[in-house]
Write a protein that binds this ligand. Structure first.
Ligand SMILES: [Zn+2]
Length: 166
């Protein structure tokens, strides 16, 4: 079992649910600290604390990523990224998502453009561990992207298109 000296308490977990709700509502969001506070303030209400847990608190980020299918982090440009990691609801939606090529400066999963901060993205690797040209994701979107591809593979035509032709 992981050792966590001070796990999030019930009040903090209730706040985490607000962060999750904002992520699900916006699906992907990028912006400044104050903008994120404003989004959370709208969710928690005028009397609530929009930053009951610091957005950079590793416990918050771990709870979101592990139990809520949400990624939250501050990038190298100091802007925050808040992303819902939920899988597509259907195979058809997954195929559309997987076939969408937003270009090399954009995360394949969440579609946030990182042209100004390319180090936020990493190359996606194929089954053999080789990087796939121009397919990049945020490290925190990597597993969600794999899920999209796995769901899309249930579509025979898509699966065939991804099988190397010999
Ligand atoms: Zn992403």
């Amino acid at each position: 079992m992981a050792v966590e000296p001070r796990p999030l308490n019930a009040e903090q977990l209730a706040f985490v649910a607000h962060v999750q709700a904002v992520a699900v509502k916006h699906r992907r969001w990028i912006g400044e600290h104050e903008e994120l506070r404003a989004l959370l303030q709208a969710s928690v209400g005028p009397k609530g604390d929009p930053e009951l847990v610091s957005y950079t608190d590793p416990r918050l980020q771990a709870e979101l990523q592990t139990h809520r299918d949400v990624a939250l982090w501050q990038g190298s440009d100091r802007r925050f990224r808040l992303i819902s990691l939920q899988s597509p609801k259907s195979v058809a939606a997954a195929v559309i998502h997987a076939e969408n090529d937003p270009g090399p400066d954009t995360c394949r999963f969440c579609l946030i453009n990182e042209a100004r901060t390319p180090l936020e993205l990493e190359m996606v690797k194929d089954g053999a561990g080789s990087p796939i040209n121009n397919v990049k994701v945020h490290p925190r979107c990597r597993l969600a992207w794999r899920r999209v591809e796995r769901i899309a593979m249930q579509n025979p035509a898509f699966a065939k298109s991804r099988t190397p032709q010999r």
